[in-house]
Design a protein around this ligand. Structure first.
Ligand SMILES: CC(=O)SCCNC(=O)CCNC(=O)[C@H](O)C(C)(C)COP(=O)(O)OP(=O)(O)OC[C@H]1O[C@@H](n2cnc3c(N)ncnc32)[C@H](O)[C@@H]1OP(=O)(O)O
Length: 399
């Protein structure tokens, strides 16, 4: 551990901290113009810096809330802008920043945190686990034909770049966040999205779907084509909808766009049945699956009590090496969660509990990987049912 101290950043230090993060990701420092566009995204009192005495590392968060299995909603810290100066890595700087951030979450009564990781080996030690996964898909547009029974969808209207930027927040906020893991978008997130789409080199279009009850979905996309007669690619940038009509209607629209050969969409929910819209499901290929949201239960007792459970009771023993007060046994049942001293059916570390929590993994699969230790098959069977959710978890928001 080297000699450094961690404290909240002052507003006049936010730009330097953002540059520390950007340099850590091998991106150049921002120009004055870029900083003035992005500075409204800095939520006050949510950035931490490590100093030795120079600024050598940083973490940030944005206030949000997350949908839980059962439909409950709880406050969430959306963690981002994590970086340590390359000449100060592997000396415990991130560990110190994480500790300060968790203490801050606890002081503000924020029971959970989520992040998108640059690398898969960084955050498990801090109790974050892969709670949601996504799939990246590609569609062969010329050969994909809709099945007859797929809903026809409603009306589509198009927004250009400026109207997209103006209407994005209200479009997103009006849609239900039904999947476990979906988060509210803080006003501090939109300046970053605006910056991204303004940097696009081809036109940004949003197709808004209107069903019987009004606007119920939208998709934002760009179309890329290297030259006039080259194959072209429609890239879905974001896609949100309230139900099957909007889902089908928006996909029907995307498949109807002229001069497009392939369509790609990244990090979609694992169980989203895009391929089942088509007569030949093989016209949709999964390019890869990857972690889509890392969750940390900062207050395990509160979070276990905030979601619902199905099936017979199970006692779990949690070992939390980073936030020891969470370690202990919890009895989970349809009636809720309580601390207990009774014998445990399953044992796991805090990061593995995060993986189970939103229903993204089955306890029996985590046992196969050695992450869950169980008294027997019956305990695993019960845990599979107990944590199981009707739909797969998905965050759906990048930050
Ligand atoms: C949410 C986001 O913003 S994701 C973006 C994260 N940022 C980046 O990827 C930028 C580039 N990387 C960095 O800035 C830094 O390497 C960080 C932030 C990932 C890690 O910072 P460090 O100060 O080096 O971490 P720290 O010294 O506290 O490491 C703690 C432990 O994690 C391990 N660790 C840290 N980074 C990594 C990594 N990238 N891969 C594997 N292990 C890692 C360390 O080896 C150490 O292990 P030990 O306790 O067994 O010795």
């Amino acid at each position: 551990m080297s000699d450094f101290s961690v404290r909240l950043l002052r507003p006049d230090e936010d730009r330097a901290a953002t540059d520390v993060f950007r340099r850590a990701l091998h991106a150049r420092e921002m120009t004055d113009e870029e900083w003035s566009a992005i500075s409204p995204s800095m939520q006050p009192d949510r950035g931490f810096g490590a100093f030795d005495p120079e600024l050598i590392g940083t973490v940030r968060s944005f206030d949000s809330e997350v949908t839980l299995p059962g439909g409950g909603i709880t406050p969430l810290a959306a963690v981002s802008l994590v970086g340590v100066r390359a000449d100060r890595i592997r000396r415990g700087v991130l560990t110190g920043l994480m500790r300060a951030q968790f203490e801050d979450f606890a002081a503000r009564d924020v029971p959970a945190a989520m992040l998108h990781a640059s690398e898969g080996a960084i955050y498990g030690r801090f109790g974050y686990g892969i709670a949601a996964r996504g799939k990246s898909i590609e569609i062969d547009r010329h050969r994909a034909r809709f099945r007859q029974e797929v809903p026809a969808g409603g009306q589509i209207s198009l927004l250009d770049l400026e109207s997209t930027i103006e209407q994005w927040p209200s479009l997103f906020d009006a849609l239900p966040r039904t999947r476990p893991g979906m988060i509210a978008r803080s006003p501090h997130l939109w300046p970053g999205y605006e910056r991204e789409v303004r940097r696009a080199t081809t036109p940004v279009t949003t197709a808004v779907h209107r069903g019987a009850d009004g606007v119920d979905g939208y998709v934002t996309y760009t179309v890329e084509r290297a030259k006039f007669d080259a194959p072209s690619l429609l890239k879905v940038q974001s896609f949100h909808y309230a139900g099957p009509d909007a889902f089908a209607g928006l996909w029907r629209y995307l498949l109807s766009v002229d001069l497009v050969d392939r369509i790609t969409a990244e990090k979609r929910p694992l169980d989203e049945p895009v391929e089942l819209l088509f007569a030949d499901p093989r016209r949709v290929t999964v390019q890869k699956t990857q972690d889509e949201g890392w969750l940390r239960l900062v207050d395990v007792a509160r979070m276990l009590g905030a979601r619902t459970y199905r099936s017979e009771p199970v006692v779990i023993e949690v070992t939390d090496r980073f936030l020891d007060h969470n370690s202990g046994r919890y009895r989970l049942s349809e009636d809720g969660a309580v601390r207990t001293t009774g014998p445990a059916d399953l044992a796991m570390d805090a990061d593995t509990l995060s993986m189970l929590y939103l229903g993204g993994w089955r306890a029996s699969d985590l046992a196969v990987a050695g992450r869950v230790r169980a008294t027997g098959e019956l305990a695993l069977e019960r845990a599979d049912l107990l944590f199981g959710t009707r739909v797969n978890p998905w965050c759906g928001t990048f930050f």
